[in-house]
Design a protein around this ligand. Sequence first.
Ligand SMILES: [Zn+2]
Length: 257
Amino acid sequence: MGQLSLPLWTTTDRTEPRERTSSETPHATSQDSAGLQLAARLGTLLREPVEVELTDNAWTMVSWKRVEGRLQYRLHHMFCGAAEPLLRALAGFAGKNRKLHGAAIDEFVRTHRHLIKSSLLKAEPSLAARGRVHDLIDIYDQLNAQQFELRVKARIGWGRRPPDGRRRSIKMGVYFHEQKVIRIHPALDDEQVPRHFVGLVVFHEMLHQVLPPTTDGGGRRTVHGRDFRAAERRFPDYERARAWEKANLHLLLRRRD
Ligand SMILES: [Zn+2]
């Protein structure tokens, strides 16, 4: 397996959780055909079957491995439509003279940084906290001051809108322990969703930092244990928010445009 990691983005904030769906997995349709084209061109040069998966991964822009006799590349989008010399470098990178070809790829990347930057922006949107209706920072700050004595240290933002379609379930919020990031479902940014309910969801995710999951002797992990549920009920508007949730879950699950 060969891998070329480029230290171009070491200054980028890596604490932001990356969402695998857009940054790590290949997209459908036009990207597939671009990948197939690249695979065919590399295959012709290398005279062996080649598979290409295109990624937005700017930290490892070129990697390859051999799986059951097939050469599998993972390549950043910027290599789509690569000119012949670059294509030769990509092909050569899987061969003996990896250092030389790696240098040629480096050089190409240096002169095409703007392509990485734009795809990085797509892959890692900043945490937008001020919604159309609710300001998450405002809610978070207020709760942190009034309920947590400012002990919670996290960043908060709205999650991305999911693809269209009727949903059967909805995860209101999520807390990423390692990154200390709270994301709230964008469906809650709506006039019909009262602030106290958004507050409860934010409060819940903040509690995850204060009361992290526990693991017992048998290896069983508890995320929402008795302590957690008891603490959650100390949210000032708890009963009202729960009642609203019960009565209005359909609002959150409906199809949105
Ligand atoms: Zn939870």
